[in-house]
Design a protein around this ligand. Sequence first.
Ligand SMILES: C[S@@+](CC[C@H](N)C(=O)[O-])C[C@H]1O[C@@H](n2cnc3c(N)ncnc32)[C@H](O)[C@@H]1O
Length: 308
Amino acid sequence: MGTLFNKALKNARFLSFFNVRFDILRMSLRGAVQPFRVFNKVNGMKDENKTIKDFGRQWSIFRGNEGFYGSMELFSDILHPFLNADEIRDCRVAEIGSGTGRIVNMVLEAGAKYVVALEPSDAFEVLCRNIKQPEKVNCLKMTGDQLPADGNLDYIFSIGVLHHIPDPKPVIEAAFRAIRPGGRFLVWLYGKEGNAFYLTMVMLLRVLTKRLPHFALSALVRVLCWPLLFYMKLCRKLSLPLQEYMVTVFEKMSPEKRRLIIYDQLNPSYSKYYTRREAEKLLIDGKFENVRTHHRHGYSWTVIGTKP
Ligand SMILES: C[S@@+](CC[C@H](N)C(=O)[O-])C[C@H]1O[C@@H](n2cnc3c(N)ncnc32)[C@H](O)[C@@H]1O
């Protein structure tokens, strides 16, 4: 399209020789080409940027953190078995990819000294509004690789974020620089193992759903909720795939947060499901030591490492 545009401009210059108003011609050509340019730009946008844009939209719709979704009970579940919320008291903490700020508020409730909260998407405004102790929080609208390299943080958390970044290496390197020696980096990622049936379904659906506008995706999510609720009830009695997650997490969520969880699986342009080896390799390659993994509820990976 660019070459075409340039050729057209050259022709327009030639025509101006013959007293044709070059300015007018140029403006009309730009007007005609603009829609194609915008189309190309959106399609050619890197997966990372598209995903950030998707989350900006998601969090402007699902803005709140109320109930079990933002609770200390869920925070303990996320940290288990590597940390207790008590260990964060008086610590300097960062969270990479804060979304609407539920983890930041959990960290604050656990008694952290201060928190650096990074969120690159338009959800940044929602994040700033949702923070419960703003005097203790430094909100930064930036991607994880731009985390300031202060080297004094006790903990960095990244919950449900790295699997949405096509190349997470620069983010892990930034975390390594920002943390103090002896400080720890805890990440939570979607897992591949134990998810075969679910992943097949989600992968198939995502081919369509990541391209849907909000109203269509939202309608689909409402439809999907019904079979999922039925499955959740079956999980109370039968040992089915994802039973542990269904009973200990999904069932405790409000109907709105259940819809958010389904939306969150189907919305982002980029999602990767990690094997255990890939998950721990992220931190090992990032020079973290004593890297340990936990298969959380049999469907995802919690990984923790220490900076030597
Ligand atoms: C699934 S949400 C998780 C939000 C939050 N951690 C939570 O658990 O509620 C993923 C977040 O990561 C953010 N994100 C995406 N790409 C990122 C990047 N390169 N650096 C930092 N954050 C990113 C998205 O904007 C989104 O808010």
